[in-house]
Design a protein around this ligand. Sequence first.
Ligand code: COA
Length: 153
Amino acid sequence: MSNLYTPKQIRQVFSSDAAQLAQIHHACLPTSWSEQEFCELLTNQNNFCYALETNHQIVGFILCNQILDECEILTLAVLASHRRQNIAKQLIEKTYQHAKAQKVKNIFLEVAENNYAAQNLYKTSGFIQIGLRKNYYIIDNQPIAALIMRYDV
Ligand SMILES: CC(C)(COP(=O)(O)OP(=O)(O)OC[C@H]1O[C@@H](n2cnc3c(N)ncnc32)[C@H](O)[C@@H]1OP(=O)(O)O)[C@@H](O)C(=O)NCCC(=O)NCCS
């Protein structure tokens, strides 16, 4: 567990951070995205990404795609050692600020139906469920449905 009083800073992420993001994503999620994939995602003009750093180390990040007035959260992860310290909530709040400034109307996301931590986070951040996609993920050879959620900015 990190010291709660360690200075934390949310900052924009650049392609030079791709290796750190790939490591965190691999540690936190069942599907790994390579450094190269993150590099491409981070250089895509339609994407934006924020990370929370402590002691110059990224401990959590959110990556989003924006097309006109709609936005999608592509991924969000916080290292296990830094969870339940409101880091994801702060990253979502930063995304809301960014979306508002860009005149985005709706933010969408998909979350696995067995990912209760993330569902709880999104619900307490104002997202509502608007649909369900069956067999959307294959995790450990098991088909898992995805909840489709929306936040109105
Ligand atoms: C989901 C995840 C991003 C949450 O990150 P976090 O920084 O620990 O979340 P926060 O501390 O900001 O939590 C904010 C709120 O979300 C909810 N929440 C977060 N983790 C939870 C958990 N394990 N169980 C239940 N509710 C949880 C709570 O309401 C929490 O508020 P509280 O701590 O005051 O009760 C993190 O657990 C993670 O990286 N998981 C693996 C990757 C993942 O599932 N990403 C989402 C893909 S859609």
